[in-house]
Ligand binder design. Structure first.
Ligand SMILES: [Zn+2]
Ligand SMILES: [Zn+2]
Length: 367
């Protein structure tokens, strides 16, 4: 045994020092006795370098401790010591008193030897503040107006509720990344729905999503509102307009069959115009099929429908005649007709013409 040149104690020495002196001179650890964490109770979020939702207390505590500790070594904050961790561990013992979290830290510099444990303590004070988003939200702030309009007529109540549900849903999803993606106000007007939103980029994303689901077009108009007091930059308010086509009036041509297209939540609902069977396709799948062009969406006005009459039936095929234009007769194999009812000579049916092919349908619209 040698003597530590600092304190003179007999010990196993490192660089001429006993463990204790070595620690004193080569390991630093300090934490303020009191840490203030800005906290917005309106939306349950706290501020470190940005506002974040306080979802689980222990990761919040860990983050605050990490941000406030000063040490020349990496410190891992743990609830129990582990023998397998490389970093120096600090065990966190927590007691809550109202807005104050009292924390006792046990720091173990040598994981195999608890006799060198050190202690420190701190308090995390949640200080009540209103985050920027909430102060804007409660101050009636909005950056964009999302206008939903229907191409032809007034948006029916059912449809309006469905659209608002979709928008609520999207805004909830966007808010986890863009805290300003809140809906400040909704106005249902004669001409459509106006949604006041905290974030222009969120309004644009929602507009695009609506177009994907309902088809239609978007446009933007900007209005100069004044100058920002701090930055001197011009402040614009943007109106994003979505002009929707009436979705119930659209058809989907998919795998040689013709369907009426509707949405049900995140899915697309396809109802066969031939035999009324139904398909449900997930939104993402539907987009993929659209890209591959295996689904084609046809607007009501663009679907060509003709009246037909069954003029003759053989075991394999029907003879039909067009009841307009050139009154042409043609044959169609029985296996290509999918109507539920059995066709008889003299029956009238409708045929939709797609790619020069006639698809026998029961009716144009089931609704
Ligand atoms: Zn010593
Ligand atoms: Zn807030």
């Amino acid at each position: 045994m040698e003597r530590c040149f600092v304190c003179g104690k007999e010990d196993t020495l490192t660089d001429g020092r006993c463990r204790e002196c070595y620690l004193k001179e080569s390991f630093q650890f300090s934490i303020p006795g009191k840490i203030k964490a800005p906290y917005c109770k309106s939306c349950n979020s706290y501020y470190t370098n940005r506002w974040k939702t306080l979802e689980d207390k222990s990761s919040f505590i860990n983050e605050i401790l990490k941000n406030n500790v000063s040490s020349n070594r990496d410190i891992e904050f743990v609830t129990e010591f582990s023998k397998t961790k490389e970093e120096i561990q600090a065990k966190v013992d927590l007691t809550e008193e109202g807005n104050i979290s009292k924390i006792k830290l046990t720091i173990r510099p040598f994981q195999e030897d608890p006799s060198f444990d050190m202690e420190a303590s701190t308090e995390i004070h949640l200080s009540g503040e209103q985050c920027q988003r909430c102060s804007r939200f409660y101050g009636g702030y909005y950056e964009a107006i999302l206008q939903i309009r229907n191409d032809e007529k007034k948006i029916e109540l059912d449809r309006a509720n469905e659209i608002l549900e979709i928008i609520d849903d999207l805004s909830d999803k966007l808010i986890s990344k863009d805290r300003m993606a809140f809906i400040a106000r909704v106005e249902e007007l004669k001409e459509g729905i106006d949604i006041y939103m905290g974030s222009l980029s969120a309004a644009r994303k929602i507009a695009n999503e609506l177009i994907k689901r309902f088809s239609g077009s978007t446009g933007e108009a900007h209005k100069l509102m004044g100058l920002d007091r701090d930055s001197g930059k011009k402040i614009y308010r943007t109106t994003v307009t979505v002009r929707l086509k009436n979705l119930t009036q659209r058809y989907a041509y998919y795998r040689s069959h013709l369907y009426l297209l509707d949405i049900a939540g995140d899915n697309f609902k396809l109802t066969s115009l031939e035999d009324e069977s139904q398909l449900s396709i997930k939104g993402k799948e539907f987009e993929k099929e659209l890209k591959k062009e295996s689904i084609r969406v046809i607007d009501k006005d663009l679907l060509e429908v003709i009246d037909l009459s069954v003029t003759e039936i053989t075991p394999e095929r029907y003879q039909m005649m067009k009841l307009s234009g050139d009154y042409e007769s043609f044959y169609i194999p029985k296996e290509e007709v999918h109507l539920i009812r059995e066709l008889k000579t003299g029956d009238n049916v409708k045929g939709a013409i797609i790619d020069n092919k006639i698809i026998i349908i029961e009716q144009e619209s089931i609704i």
